[in-house]
Design a binder for this molecule. Structure first.
Ligand code: AMP
Length: 195
């Protein structure tokens, strides 16, 4: 939605790694050992991926799922400084564990166009196919309760400290993510318009 509204490119290391896995690359295979169980991929690998992306792209972008650790945030500061850029805003999407579980178990991804589709919304089951392009819907390998438990533990240990890190830099905006996608976007949009 941010991309559509503002024409800003999006970078998501998670989706880059899924793409690498599908293409059969060595990087994809290496990362899969971590991602499939819900563990974080080592910082050095993720930072190298982001550095390469930043070198190949312009000055306006949204990071989705990066940084997830303090060393990643520190590396980002350095990489942006090299481009003469500063972060405008950091969004923390807040939501309870039960709702996360429910969403994870309903989430499908279209093999064709990459759309994220929630079962029980516009489609009632995966067999109906992607509502956008008719492509095949599949579940992410890490969208299981077991992998989610690991992801939550990783989040608490390594990602949660980022809230204080960005709050102390006056960059943090908390968003109520326990709403519909359009209501979440409305909150984000209001902040971006004001930034
Ligand atoms: P996501 O698509 O953002 O949910 O990420 C899926 C998985 O990719 C995560 O559970 C991690 O294994 C890996 N991953 C994505 N982004 C990062 C990151 N910034 N640092 C470490 N691992 C990441």
């Amino acid at each position: 939605m941010i991309r559509a509204q503002f024409g800003i490119e999006t970078i998501s290391p998670g989706s880059m790694l899924r793409h690498e896995k599908r293409s059969g690359s060595a990087l994809g295979a290496e990362a899969h050992g971590y991602t499939s169980g819900g563990g974080l991929v080592p910082d050095a690998l993720i930072i190298a991926l982001v550095r390469k992306w930043l070198n190949e792209h312009g000055d306006a972008f949204v990071f989705d799922g990066y940084p997830r650790t303090i060393p990643q945030a520190e590396a980002l500061e350095v990489m942006l400084a090299e481009k003469g850029l500063l972060l405008d805003v950091v969004f923390l999407l807040e939501i309870g564990t039960e709702q996360i579980k429910e969403r994870v178990l309903r989430r499908m991804i279209c093999q064709g166009c990459g759309a994220i589709v929630s079962i029980g919304g516009r489609v009632q089951n995966a067999e109906q196919g992607c509502p956008r392009c008719g492509g095949i819907l599949e579940r992410r390998r890490d969208d299981t309760l077991e992998a989610l438990a690991t992801r939550m533990a990783e989040y608490r240990a390594k990602s949660a400290p980022l809230a204080a890190y960005y709050s102390s830099r006056n960059l943090l905006q908390k968003i109520n993510a326990a709403q519909t996608a359009s209501a979440v976007f409305a909150e984000i949009d209001a902040h971006l318009q004001a930034t």
